[in-house]
Write a protein that binds this ligand. Structure first.
Ligand code: EPU
Length: 337
């Protein structure tokens, strides 16, 4: 177990804000977490649990305890004719888990390649990319109940997954601490290359659609389009793509015929926030030390010495102009603390 006081969160948030917390507690096992819960000391004041801090924006120092899981392990726990069941520690890097799946030819996770973050947060946030979401491969989630100090297991259905959302983010926030996630992957070669420009990239590079090539192409696309958080502070997509009613969309589409969209269901349509932000002229703009990435308008960046407040101010200005132009509210995907 590692415990720090007046601790810098610089290595724990991908925006690279130099904020501090009162206490920082990193535990390595279920037993250590149980011990922390039983002692209760660090749960007395304000507390929060973080993953890799890749979807997090601190506006100031945190006057409480930050917990972080270092529970590791990627273990094959069961195998059927066509599926494998893999139990992964919450503190594993999500992309290390994907690399493991790809090297074993376990299908289903490869489209989520290179998403920053840890396995525990993937189950809170229901991360997604290229037509895949964490919920598609999650079978169950193990967590400790902060009230009763007891371990409990949730099925995927109980977690209430939706687009970048789950019960852990909503009504269960602060109630459970995730220790392990069990994923179900397929041994049958089923790939989904129909989203974004994955298919085009494969054929441009004259690559067979194998699991390794899909992973490599997605990594290359992401590296090309998204800023590397190790170099430029950012937290991936800052906003979620808003969903609007079809009637409203049709009116907007008349005014903006080139507006891209994804059909959600019969009544609803999702609009890429990136496109609207771009249309409002924000791409590549900088306000103070905060900026909008020049290759993807959905990504806000720390241009050097930005504070969380500067990034939030920029995000509000963007929300305002998108609302002025399109009458649509865009909501942050990033957790603002
Ligand atoms: N677009 C623009 N301007 C831009 C960027 C994009 O007009 O600056 C247009 C594109 O041409 C395209 C549309 O907006 O028509 C959508 O863009 P893109 O395919 O790049 O995806 P996105 O909707 O912006 C989502 C996820 C990403 C994920 C990609 C790829 C959300 C909030 N974001 O982005 O997830 O990698 O799809 O599947 O759903 C993340 O969550 O951190 C993240 C990066």
């Amino acid at each position: 177990m590692k415990i720090g006081h007046d601790y810098s969160l610089l290595p724990h948030n991908t925006f690279h804000f130099d904020v501090r917390c009162r206490h920082f507690v990193e535990y390595d096992s279920d037993d250590e977490l149980k011990q922390l819960l039983d002692e209760g000391t660090y749960f007395e004041g304000p507390w929060m649990h973080i993953g890799r801090g890749s979807n997090l924006l601190f506006q100031s120092d945190y006057a409480g305890t930050i917990f972080h899981s270092a529970i590791k392990g990627i273990r094959l726990i069961d195998e059927k004719e066509s599926d494998v069941f893999v139990r992964v520690g919450a503190g594993e890097l999500f992309d290390d888990f994907i690399a493991h799946c790809v090297s074993h030819h376990w299908y289903g996770a490869e489209n989520l390649s290179l998403i920053p973050g840890e396995v525990g947060s993937s189950a809170v946030q229901n991360i997604g990319a290229y037509g895949a979401e964490a919920k598609d491969i999650i079978l169950s989630v193990e967590a400790y109940d902060v009230g009763s100090h007891q371990p409990t297991v949730f099925s995927t259905k109980e977690c209430g997954y939706a687009y970048r959302n789950s019960r852990f983010k909503q009504e269960w926030s602060g109630r459970f601490i995730i220790t392990h996630v069990t994923f179900r992957l397929s041994k049958l070669p089923t790939l989904n290359v129909g989203y974004g420009n994955v298919k085009e990239e494969l054929s441009r590079q004259q690559l067979e659609p194998t699991i390794e090539n899909v992973r490599n192409v997605i990594i290359a696309i992401r590296r090309d389009k998204l800023p590397d958080p190790d170099v430029t502070g950012n937290a991936g997509s800052f906003f979620m793509n808003p969903m609007i009613g079809r009637r409203r969309f049709e009116l907007l589409h008349e005014a903006y015929p080139d507006m891209p969209y994804y059909d959600v269901d019969e009544d609803n349509v999702k609009i890429p926030a990136a496109w609207m932000i771009d249309r409002c002229g924000w791409k590549g703009q900088q306000v103070g030390n905060a900026g909008v990435h020049s290759k993807q308008a959905l990504i806000l960046i720390n241009c050097g010495q930005a504070t969380g407040q500067e990034v939030v101010a920029l995000s509000k200005a963007i929300q305002y102009s998108v609302f002025q132009q399109f009458g649509i509210n865009i909501e942050p995907e990033v957790n603002i603390v």
